[in-house]
Ligand binder design. Structure first.
Ligand SMILES: NC(=O)c1ccc[n+]([C@@H]2O[C@H](COP(=O)([O-])OP(=O)(O)OC[C@H]3O[C@@H](n4cnc5c(N)ncnc54)[C@H](O)[C@@H]3O)[C@@H](O)[C@H]2O)c1
Length: 272
């Protein structure tokens, strides 16, 4: 029997990138999966590729009413929710909304708010929507996708880093509150993955760092991986997905309130 047979998972921001990798790993372990993203067609297209029963849903993960309605839909389609994965987020692809620092004076209130909405309110709304359903099942698991940015000084993206540090703090608070309900709450801190956010960041680095001027964004990303990752290998969405699948399984029955780094050792190092 597969580890997640009989379980139902809802994954936000799962049409592509890390979220899609998480959904693939959950489905491979036998879970039925709801893929939630901003556009229904994208969510349904990814759901159709999974090897277990899956549905696509459209909602803004930062909107608590939309998330409550989405969670209700999952419960009526599959009978309940056992695993909630708050993955939606990212740094975005608009310079002002990215709220880049260095200097900090460049950060605008609009950018600051956008980062907190996209990366912290999403976790709030997802947790709030899922908790009654997890309680109705007598327990379950929440996995919040934070970032190593929430653990380190990140003067180039201070609002994103503050939001991710907030996700880690929320994870601990909810783990304590929900322990007696047998709901485990953990966070994962990924390192560097080649998704849309890094594509945009590497394009900005190409424009601003003289040594990167003649390199393609993808090469710039791989250079950052090589220089900062002791393991030296590029991370995949499945690297994150395998841990989500474990945290959602009964094998992780005594793990709660943790932030787990899946970063090839980046945080052991000094950023170079
Ligand atoms: N890529 C990395 O290097 C990296 C590192 C650490 C943490 N993370 C985190 O991993 C998560 C996934 O990022 P990714 O790199 O796969 O990004 P991505 O841009 O490739 O995918 C993000 C997905 O989430 C969806 N999304 C974004 N905001 C949403 C919202 N409010 N409601 C619903 N859907 C929404 C997007 O439409 C997209 O499909 C994010 O929380 C990000 O901060 C990424």
């Amino acid at each position: 029997m597969k580890a997640l047979e009989g379980k139902v998972a809802l994954v936000t921001g799962a049409a592509r990138g890390i979220g899609a990798g998480i959904a693939r790993c959950l489905a491979a372990q036998g879970a039925r999966v709801a893929i939630l993203d901003l556009a229904l067609a994208d969510a349904e297209a990814t759901a159709a590729t999974l090897e277990a029963p899956a549905i696509g849903l459209e909602a803004d993960a930062a909107d608590e009413r939309a998330m409550a309605a989405a969670a209700d839909r999952v419960a009526s389609a599959f009978g309940g929710i056992d695993i909630m994965v708050n993955n939606a987020g990212g740094a975005g692809s608009d310079v002002e909304l990215l709220a880049m620092g260095m200097p900090f004076a460049n950060v605008t209130q609009r950018g600051w708010d956008a980062q907190l909405q996209g990366n912290l309110r999403t976790a709030y709304a997802g947790c709030k929507a899922a908790i009654p359903h997890l309680q109705a099942r007598g327990g379950g698991a929440i996995v919040n996708i934070a970032s190593i940015a929430g653990l380190m000084a990140m003067p180039s993206v201070p609002a994103y880093a503050a939001a991710k540090a907030g996700v880690i703090s929320l994870t601990r608070s909810l783990a304590l509150e929900l322990g007696p309900s047998l709901i485990r709450v953990n966070a994962i801190c990924p390192g560097f993955l080649w998704t849309r956010a890094w594509e945009f960041l590497a394009t900005l680095m190409k424009q601003s760092v003289p040594e990167y001027r003649d390199m393609a964004p993808r090469e710039i990303f791989l250079d950052a991986v090589t220089r900062n990752t002791p393991m030296g290998r590029e991370q995949t969405p499945e690297d994150i997905g395998h841990l989500v699948a474990f945290l959602g399984s009964n094998g992780a029955a005594n793990i709660t309130g943790q932030e787990i780094k899946v970063d090839g050792g980046i945080t052991l190092n000094v950023m170079r």
